[in-house]
Design a binder for this molecule. Structure first.
Ligand SMILES: [Zn+2]
Length: 87
């Protein structure tokens, strides 16, 4: 999924008021918040394109139970935060 076309670029659509910073999506119930192979590939694309603009890649994955995993700049351990209610 590419987000940098003139039609979907939030920066051009809002006269510079909004800027694209990353992606989020949800995983089906019963699946973890761990990134899939496709998520990792997309994050690499984000890192390359946003990195060229001096910005870190950002991805949020929402999963069952209101949990979410956030990745900023890298998908390596130490760059991941899980947020959600205690079980
Ligand atoms: Zn995913």
């Amino acid at each position: 999924m590419l987000r940098d076309t003139a039609k979907t670029n939030p920066q051009s659509r809002t006269g510079g008021q909004l800027e694209y910073i990353g992606e989020w999506h949800s995983h089906p119930d019963g699946c973890s918040c761990a990134p899939s192979t496709r998520d990792i590939a997309l994050f690499g694309w984000l890192a390359a394109h946003l990195g060229a603009m001096g910005q870190p890649a950002l991805m949020a994955i929402v999963c069952q139970g209101g949990m979410s995993a956030w990745f900023v700049g890298s998908m390596e351990p130490g760059y991941r935060w899980e947020i959600g209610d205690d079980p």
